[in-house]
Write a protein that binds this ligand. Sequence first.
Ligand code: BEZ
Length: 223
Amino acid sequence: MILLGDEFPNFEAETTEGSIKFHEFLNESWGILFSHPADFTPVCTTELARLIKLHPEFAKRNVKIIALSCDSVENHKKWFEDIKKYAQCKAEDVFPYPIIADEQRKLAVQLSMLDPNEKDSAGLPLTARAVFIVDQNKKLRLSILYPATTGRNFDEILRVVDSLQITDKFQIATPADWKQGDNVMVQPSVPMEEAQVLFPMMSEMALPSGLKYLRQTPQPKIN
Ligand code: BEZ
């Protein structure tokens, strides 16, 4: 079981872009690993197509994408054509990210991604829809596990990347349903005098408790 803040395993895997070691694949980038139950399945196809569309948005944030499914490289490459069709790509477009072939469920077991309730035609368990966000120091920053029957919301995953990256730079936290440009919260650990210097536009909400922990400020500029 990997906990938030732990170093993500430097696993070796076969992918549609050849053999990789995960840390070398990431190099200086952030990374997101998305697991999938199986090739040629409807929800997975919609998800991987959405990732094609969003690939430039992840690249802008210095995030490399890698997917995983419990099938062979050969099958993944055949599936590419269906995914590209669903994403309305041209047949000649290059598939923009690799997919890991985890036929033996080695990574699925190592990263606790198996869903015992979902099985393939041979009765072997399939992976659930895991999301692992890893930062440029190779630390796990977020993990979510969705069941096979629920496709992920990729706008939410981009939103989390934005939150992680901005809260790494400033002593702030992003509130419920925050999106780029909304006000943010000053972290409770910042003493009031320091907060007033760091965030001159900060406002405190008067609360029945009398405590001054609800301190909002405009979102600082990332660059
Ligand atoms: C799908 O991707 O559509 C799917 C895969 C496994 C179980 C249910 C749905």
